[in-house]
Design a protein around this ligand. Sequence first.
Ligand code: SAM
Length: 273
Amino acid sequence: MGKLYVVATPIGNLEDITLRALRILKEVDLIAAEDTRHTLKLLNHFEISKPLISYHRHNEDVRTDELIEKLLEGKNIALVSDAGTPGICDPGQIIIKKCIEKNIEIIPIPGACAMINSLIASGINTSEFTFLGFLPLNKKSRKQKLEEIQKSNKTIILYEAPHKLMSTLKDLEQILENRQIVLAREITKIHEEFIRGNISEIIEKVENLKGEMVLIIEQNNNLKEEQSLNNLTLEEHYEFYKKQGMEKKDIIKKISKDRNLTKNDIYQYFLEK
Ligand code: SAM
């Protein structure tokens, strides 16, 4: 049985490919690529010659079956996307799920990923973060995501296309108050820059900004304690008060108030556990 290698490729600077990724690309039987012409340029640069097959959003379903067949025949396949890590806002999920079903080994080959590299240089809290990818365009789902961002006590990471940046920033302006934002643009490329400020400062600085970009948004520090506690599991919520030396009866009373649940609901939950 063959193996599926999920290979990260550069997000701009061609030096950001690992020695292991190059070796795997040289060794596999076939490379499944989001855009074969794009990947061909990368392969030519590193003097790698390999059969390529397209694997993108519009043929993922059909191609998955073909690729699985080849893997079952014993062929090793590398999966790459146009840039960065496959599966992160890029195709990959479908074939990976299918490989798991068929007991085909999946091997990640780490490398560049725009969200991680933007986050680590942002200066914004890296200890806990939520990656939301691109904000949905559908009004209702977009509103839900914006509410999630508003209430989040974790750093938020978003991807955005340059032509949609201003409308996204305007939507964020409604909910962010004074939270810090870092716009990481064209990272690893010649015009790499990090634009920092609160939402109104960012809006002033970015008119007609071009290139690829990631938005890193500071956590909401103004959340009341109960709101943050309500993001915990009931067990964690219980432990929080227990550590403060509270008695069981008082803890249940407090949790029921924080979460707007009856004391009975809470007892029942713990009984069932
Ligand atoms: N799989 C990729 C990864 O690992 O980051 C992401 C692919 S997603 C289709 C493309 C988005 O990633 C862009 O719209 C942008 O938000 C972000 N991105 C990719 N390359 C970037 C770069 N060099 N600088 C800033 N953002 C980048």
